[in-house]
Design a protein around this ligand. Structure first.
Ligand code: GDD
Ligand code: MN
Length: 396
């Protein structure tokens, strides 16, 4: 799981219009009625020109074996039994890799997705949509009789997706749907790397999807077996959203957001600087509040340099992990990090020199200390920011 990326073959067999994947885990009681229903429906519209692919993760209830027993009567049925890999999203992709059809699709194996809806989904794609999704949240649809908590979690997941991936999730009323068809050509050239359950987000995020269609349906009650959703899936879902956001280049913060982060980090540096100076005064026995301190005292000079340097280290860490995260994850080795740190240090040192000389110069020109200091701080901060943006983290 995790980092594996997979590509979908661009070649297909023109005799096959549709390849529909049915991921299963312990669906022994559902698989026969589902396959029968799908065959009955698809035979009406595209008889002999489709295939069904059951991808089973070595279910303890031997779903794979039950599915295989159907193959005698249904030559259009393939059964993949996976023993190495697990997980819904990877099962779907593995199924698509084995698929021959021009249109690829997925339907749950537990009869919660009404098979009849497939006709409308299919016709939407054959009329030109790149992606057609069965939705529980458009007019005419329903989530069925869900408990309050499940409705809440489902809505919460949609809101989260909208928040983290607005451009992608807002194109669908039900971005969590696991019932959809997609044109093969729309996803051939992209690296799919699914984690967890939400293969549709992966397809939307990485595919070339221009036209989207939505078809209403009612999510049916599960009659047999049980849902495989656990808390782990929620955690994986969030990781998936964040990863997709970066992968699709939408992870970059806006210019204002980044500058704000830089400013916040800078403020934390001021705090660190004071803290170090105060700690040093406690240890070395000088006062930070006394008037007329003798600046020639070596321990004060060294303490101040240490305070600045530690503040720079602090700022570097937060800028690398937060302000410029999108750039630093692209060059993550220790060597690169060290190099960035050295450049940051140099830029900040020059920034400090600019700060001090501007301050002195403006005061000599007759400006008040307050105004001179403010201008010096603003300009040196802008310098630090721009130099690091352009030459260190190189975000654009
Ligand atoms: N091969 C394989 N491997 N199949 C799996 C696995 C797995 O690890 N986990 C679940 N499945 C299969 C189930 O057997 C079922 O056919 C289908 O995937 C959906 O799993 P459920 O556990 O029934 O999920 P659900 O009903 O809670 O979720 C449905 O709604 C979600 C939206 O809320 C599904 O339609 C999801 O795809 C959808 O995202
Ligand atoms: Mn289900």
């Amino acid at each position: 799981m995790g980092a594996t990326t997979v590509k979908i073959n661009s070649e297909f067999n023109p005799n096959y219009l549709l390849s529909l994947v049915v991921p299963t885990y312990n669906e022994g009681k559902n698989i026969i009625p589902l396959i029968e229903a799908l065959v009955e429906i698809l035979d009406r519209v595209i008889a002999d020109r489709y295939e069904l692919i059951v991808v089973d993760d070595d279910s303890p209830d031997r779903t794979w074996e039950i599915a295989q027993s159907l193959q005698e009567n249904y030559p259009q049925l393939q059964v993949l039994r996976r023993t190495e890999e697990r997980g819904l999203a990877t099962a779907v992709i593995r199924g698509w890799q084995a698929a021959q059809g021009e249109i690829l699709g997925v339907i749950d194996g537990d009869l919660q997705h009404p098979p009849e809806t497939l006709i409308d989904i299919y016709s939407a794609v054959s009329k030109g949509a790149d992606l057609a999704v069965a939705s529980r949240y458009i007019h005419g649809a329903s989530v069925g009789s869900w408990s309050g908590i499940r409705q809440f979690l489902s809505r919460g997941a949609v809101s989260l997706a909208l928040w983290i991936l607005p451009e992608i999730a807002s194109r669908l009323s039900d971005p969590m749907s696991g019932y959809f068809l997609v044109r093969r050509s729309a996803i051939v050239d992209c690296e799919l790397s699914p984690i967890g359950y939400k293969i549709l987000l992966e397809v939307m995020g990485r595919g070339q999807i221009d036209r989207v269609a939505e078809i209403p349906y009612t999510f049916l009650e599960r009659q047999e077996g049980s849902s495989k959703v656990t808390w782990r899936q929620y955690e994986q879902f969030i990781r998936h959203l964040i990863r997709l956001r970066f992968a699709t280049g939408r992870g970059s913060v806006g210019t204002i957001g980044r500058f704000l982060r830089f400013g916040i980090v800078g403020l934390s540096g001021v705090f660190v600087d004071f803290l170090v100076l105060w700690l040093a005064s406690q240890m070395l026995g000088f006062s930070i509040t006394a008037a007329k301190t003798d600046l020639g005292q070596l321990e004060i000079f060294i303490s101040k340099i240490a305070a600045v340097e530690i503040a720079i280290i602090n700022n570097f860490i937060w800028n690398d992990l937060w302000t410029f995260r999108d750039a630093s994850i692209k060059q993550s080795g220790f060597k690169f990090r060290l190099l960035r740190f050295l450049r940051f240090n140099l830029a900040c040192t020059i920034g400090a020199l600019i700060n001090i000389s501007l301050f002195i110069g403006l005061v000599k020109l007759g400006m008040s200390l307050l105004l001179a200091n403010l201008i010096a701080i603003v300009i040196s901060t802008a310098w630090n920011y721009l130099i690091n943006l352009k030459f260190n983290w190189r975000t654009s």
